[in-house]
Write a protein that binds this ligand. Structure first.
Ligand SMILES: [Zn+2]
Length: 78
């Protein structure tokens, strides 16, 4: 029986953002600083090829603006 692959944890994503996010971190849409790291790692499918792009999702809880971070890059740095 194969084990379910593990995605990045919220703590890993938060630690990465803390290290990398050098500006004030306010939302470019509503200027709040109220980001939420989404629990699961997601994959964006390629439009015309059988491949995908793993992402960690960060959402502004005030206005819903959503940012994707490359999960592979976060993994490479954690
Ligand atoms: Zn916002």
């Amino acid at each position: 029986m194969s084990e379910k692959p593990k995605g990045l944890t919220r703590d890993e994503v938060r630690a990465y953002l803390k290290k990398k996010w050098k500006t004030g971190g306010n939302c470019t849409v509503c200027d709040a600083n109220a980001w939420v790291v989404v629990e699961e790692e997601y994959c964006l499918p390629a439009r015309y090829e059988a491949k995908n792009f793993p992402v960690s999702v960060v959402v502004c809880e005030r206005c819903g603006a959503t940012i994707f971070f490359s999960a592979d890059i976060i993994r490479g740095e954690s």
